[in-house]
Structures are given as structure tokens and as C-alpha cells.
Design a protein around this ligand. Structure first.
Ligand SMILES: *Cc1c(COP(=O)(O)O)cnc(C)c1O
Length: 298
């Protein structure tokens, strides 16, 4: 199995605008859980891979873009656990040479490239059926790893850090599919959870998260909201301000952030503090969800 770091470090960041308002920013370093399966993807895969094994599957198939952290993590987990992995990748086969997919292929993942039109059908029963036939009956994990088993895994994240001294009243995290938010919110019903989607027009995630919570048997939660103003132009897009912020965090605070998820989320947290979104004295647990391998796409 993996030998991940058990107790995850929390670093308190001293930003002037937060200090003036008595707001604490406590960064939970999921990026430090494992060198390769970094961050939230470890928690999302954990019970999926366990279920695949228990149900007698010897291979796992999932979906992602050419720089997908999920695909990267799945490939490494498959290598470590001796499970064959298949990645259905949106895009052209020439992406196979990029750092993310070269790692995945080196770790034994079979890459299958599909067009954008095909990729859109990733939840259709007939498309999934054809993939099952073609790849010899794999266990299928959805894009980003988000399903009920992922919610069970991400519900363990906060318990892996010692936060009792901070008086945390908010948890803030970046959202792609919302699977991580679902588990975190379900596990912390008394804390207000703020998700920052990194894609444009992400209001649809409200319904997706509701369904995920329902499938995991934890509906009727009302401790979470999405704050949809932190996409910086859309999924995978960057701005000069965002890149400068990431560079500053590395040089002045020694905190590595990626440009797809954690950089956007933390910069948005600072904007929200400046806009008095959080009341004075709030104590924020901010999740560094990992994803640093994606920095290589810059
Ligand atoms: C995948 C990912 C997310 C998004 O997680 P969801 O559960 O899809 O919302 C956030 N941060 C990082 C670093 C990721 O790799």
C-alpha cells in the first residue's frame, strides 16, 4: 500500500490584510502527503481502489485531460498496488510526450486518446459499455475520481491534521468537480465550508455536489457554499497577476502553489478578505490540495 505522511502539517500564513482584521489563515498541506500521489487525489482514489480489488477487478479505467492530476495519481497508485490502469485522455496522441502523461505511461498506464466530442460522452452508458468491452472489463472511476467512494475518502482529510488550537470556523478549498468539497463538508457539519471553483460558470456544481452527497448518504447539509468569482478566466487559464502571486508565495513564504487550483484559490481568499467577505476574527483552514505536478504545464 502507500506509506503516506499520516499527520498533515498546517502552516499559519501572516498576510498583512488578514492580520489587520484578526483573520487567521491556516494552510493544511495536503501537498505533502506523498511525493507522487499528492493532495486530494490520494483520498479520492483510496476507497475506489479498495473497492476495485474487493470486487475482483484487476484493472481500473478513468478519464482526464492531458495534464490531469487525477490521471497522474491513478497511474502511480496503479504501479504501487500492481493494478493495471487505463487513462482515457481528452486530446491528441501527441500529448503523450508531456511530463504528466510521460510519467503515467512510464508507470504502466495505457493511454487512450479521444476527441473532445467523444470525451463529452464519458458518462453515457453506451460509451462506458464500449470502453468496458474494449479494455477487458475495467473498474471505472469517473473523471476527477468523484463518486460516493471519493466522498468517503475526502471526508477523512480534515481529521488528518491537528487543528484544535486554531478555533477554525471556515474551511476554504478549490473545486473542480466538487468531490473534495462534498467529503469535507459532510465530515465537518459545524464548520462553514467555502468552495472556490476554478472553472468559469461553475454554478452547475451546486447540483453536482448535492447529488454526490446524496449518493454518499449525506444529503441535507447546509454548511457549504460556492464562491464563483475565483476562476481567473476559466479552467487552466492564467493571468499575469495570478502568476506573480504564485511566484511571490514561493519566494516570500516558501509555499509552492499550482496555477490551476491552489494558486487561484489562495489569491481569491486574499481578495475575499480584502472585500470583507469573512467577518473580523475568522479563522480559516485553507486546503492546499496538492497538484504541483501540473506546474510543469507552464
Ligand atoms: C483535482 C483537484 C482539485 C479539485 O478537486 P474536486 O474534488 O474535483 O473538486 C483541487 N485541487 C487540486 C490540486 C486537484 O488536483
Amino acid at each position: 500500500m502507500f506509506h503516506p505522511v499520516y499527520e498533515l502539517p498546517v502552516v499559519s500564513l501572516n498576510f498583512p490584510s488578514a492580520r489587520q482584521r484578526g483573520i487567521g489563515i491556516h494552510l493544511l498541506r495536503l501537498d505533502q502527503i506523498d511525493e507522487r500521489v499528492s493532495g486530494n487525489k490520494w483520498f479520492k482514489l483510496k476507497y475506489n481502489l479498495k473497492a476495485a480489488g474487493e470486487q475482483g477487478f484487476d484493472r481500473v479505467l478513468s478519464f482526464g485531460g492531458a495534464y490531469s492530476n487525477h490521471i497522474h495519481a491513478l497511474a502511480w497508485a496503479g504501479k504501487v498496488l500492481g493494478i493495471k490502469t487505463i487513462g482515457v485522455i481528452r486530446g491528441e496522441p501527441e500529448y503523450a510526450n508531456n511530463p504528466t502523461l510521460s510519467d503515467a505511461a512510464r508507470w504502466g498506464m495505457e493511454l487512450h486518446f479521444v476527441t473532445r466530442a467523444e470525451y463529452k460522452r464519458r458518462q453515457d452508458a453506451d460509451f462506458l459499455h464500449a470502453l468496458k468491452e474494449r479494455f477487458d472489463d475495467p473498474f471505472i472511476v469517473p473523471e476527477g475520481g468523484s463518486n460516493a467512494l471519493a466522498v468517503k475518502g475526502t471526508a477523512e482529510i480534515v481529521s488528518r491534521a491537528i487543528i484544535s488550537d486554531f478555533g477554525i470556523d471556515h474551511i476554504v478549498l478549490p473545486c473542480g468537480t466538487g468531490g473534495t468539497l462534498a467529503g469535507v463538508a459532510a465530515s465537518q457539519p459545524d464548520i462553514s465550508v467555502v468552495g472556490i471553483p476554478v472553472l468559469k460558470g461553475a454554478e452547475f456544481l451546486n447540483d453536482d455536489i448535492e447529488s454526490l452527497l446524496k449518493s454518499a448518504g449525506c444529503s441535507d447539509l447546509n454548511n457549504w457554499v460556492l464562491e464563483c468569482g475565483g476562476h481567473f478566466g476559466g479552467y487552466g487559464k492564467t493571468t499575469p497577476e495570478l502568476l506573480a502571486f504564485i511566484a511571490m508565495m514561493a519566494s516570500d513564504y516558501g509555499i509552492p502553489l499550482d496555477q490551476v487550483y491552489t494558486g487561484k484559490m489562495l489569491l481569491r481568499v486574499i481578495e475575499l478578505i480584502d472585500a470583507d467577505f469573512f467577518v473580523k476574527g475568522s479563522q480559516l483552514l485553507v486546503l492546499h490540495t496538492g497538484g504541483l505536478q501540473g506546474l510543469r504545464s507552464l
